[in-house]
Design a protein around this ligand. Sequence first.
Ligand code: UDP
Ligand code: MG
Length: 135
Amino acid sequence: MEKTLVIIKPDGVKRRLVGKILGRFENKNLTIVAMRYGMMTEEIAKIHYAHLSSRHFFKELVDYMISGPVVYLVLEGEEVIDIVRRMTGATKSHEALPGTIRGDYGLPGTQNVIHASDSKDTAVIEIARFFPENE
Ligand code: UDP
Ligand code: MG
């Protein structure tokens, strides 16, 4: 069965949106197969977003991701990667449609509530990055 990696980012945890976000995934009949709460290190944040390292917002993004605790989730289900990306909504919260997590809760700018893997290859890499003990 397909799996994907979701991170409830620091703004999602600070704003007490964890329960609402988990509820959306459960309502969609996706299975939570791993979950962990903790602080992301700067080193891992830079690796996780390495593909954006040349962008002007990279330092702001890394600082934001290490600004407070996050919740890491592995969700499982048929077509789960695509489903969760659609439930997440567009990267810029002001462009994300109502009914998506970012559309309903995202703030303008970097603080867009959650991360979700964007392909089968990145899902495998990201699950191993944050849940190495499950390999
Ligand atoms: N981001 C940003 N400004 C941008 C693009 C991205 O602050 O113009 C941040 C935002 O938090 C986003 C993250 O960088 O979620 C990763 O960007 P990506 O393009 O991978 O978007 P995502 O896959 O999260 O939709
Ligand atoms: Mg991305």
